[in-house]
Ligand binder design. Structure first.
Ligand code: GUN
Length: 291
């Protein structure tokens, strides 16, 4: 097994952003600026939002955090987004998902100005990704493309299987892999696909993003294949300080003696998401400044 650790990949992205930001601000532009909105107290969301704040601080980005109550009304959140859309001192807006039940997620995402939608979740950015125009690309799939490139994993003419069809990972991932210049042949499966092995055993690259531990193990994967594990599952574990351990969607241990390259969890894809968000925020700032 080859472990595709992502610490160095994320660090290389951060270094690139740091250099680009230095040039951008030395030309008289203010530092890129990100607004992060968190509604409620979901434990994982609080962790992600904290990591985003730390990365922004590390790069000298301006960072505004809005922590709203669990019972916030949808109309209040929409008003806040309207305010952030109109502010000149904010380049990027991110509303951490999932949102509490009383709030319609699509309505919120659609309210974010496409020029500030650094998550790339708005219909305009999703549409532009599909048609191959310049857009904000969702951070996790964009980060996975960086992992493939960092490890010189060939995509052209290779068979890629994406397991999962979410708007955040599966669908944009498939779009990226099939785009011109990347040129993979892409199959998109989901948890209801009757015989997953029928697809995965033929795959050169498998992206597993179901949010279900044990979705695949080594019996699903041929020799020489690459597995990218997007899962970030919290399994209760009283021996851990936090009371849980993190595990991916693939059964990592089962690959131990196989000729397979695989991203670990933690230490894999999750590290990329935050740095790609910073890359998108810098991109938003540059576009606003007309650079
Ligand atoms: N929740 C899980 N992943 C993400 C993400 O990439 N962006 C936002 N806004 N929420 C998420």
């Amino acid at each position: 097994m080859i472990r595709l650790g992502c610490k160095a990949v994320a660090a290389s992205v951060m270094e690139e952003i740091r250099k680009e930001t230095e040039i951008f601000t030395s030309e008289g532009n203010r530092a890129p600026s990100l607004a992060v909105v968190l509604v409620g107290h979901d434990g994982a969301s609080e962790t992600y939002v904290r990591k985003k704040a730390e990365a922004a601080a590390e790069l000298g980005f301006l960072h505004f955090q809005y922590s709203l109550d669990e019972d916030t009304a949808e109309s209040d959140l929409l008003s806040l987004i309207d305010e952030l859309n109109g502010r000149d001192d904010i380049d990027g807006i991110l509303v951490q998902l999932p949102l509490p039940r009383q709030i319609n997620e699509r309505k919120v995402i659609e309210r974010i100005s496409p020029e500030k939608d650094v998550d790339g979740f708005s219909p305009v950015n999703a549409g532009r990704l599909m048609t191959g125009e310049e857009c904000f690309i969702p951070c996790t799939p964009e980060g996975i493309m960086r992992i493939l490139s960092y490890y010189h994993i060939e995509t052209a003419g290779r068979k890629a299987v994406v397991i999962g069809r979410s708007n955040i990972v599966g669908k944009p991932m498939a779009m990226l892999l099939m785009q011109k210049g990347i040129d993979a042949t892409v199959t998109v499966c989901n948890t209801k696909t009757p015989d997953l092995r029928e697809y995965t055993l033929g795959a050169d690259i498998i992206i597993v993003a179901t949010g279900k531990p044990g979705t695949i193990d080594s019996s699903f994967v041929k020799d020489g294949a690459v597995v990218i594990d997007v899962g970030m599952n919290r399994i209760p574990d009283s021996t851990k300080e936090k009371g849980f351990r993190l595990t991916g969607d693939a059964d990592y241990a089962s690959f131990k003696d196989r000729d397979v390259s695989i991203t670990p969890v933690p230490g894999g894809v999750g590290l990329m998401t935050v740095s790609m968000l910073m890359a998108n925020t810098l991109q938003a700032a540059k576009r606003r400044a007309g650079v």
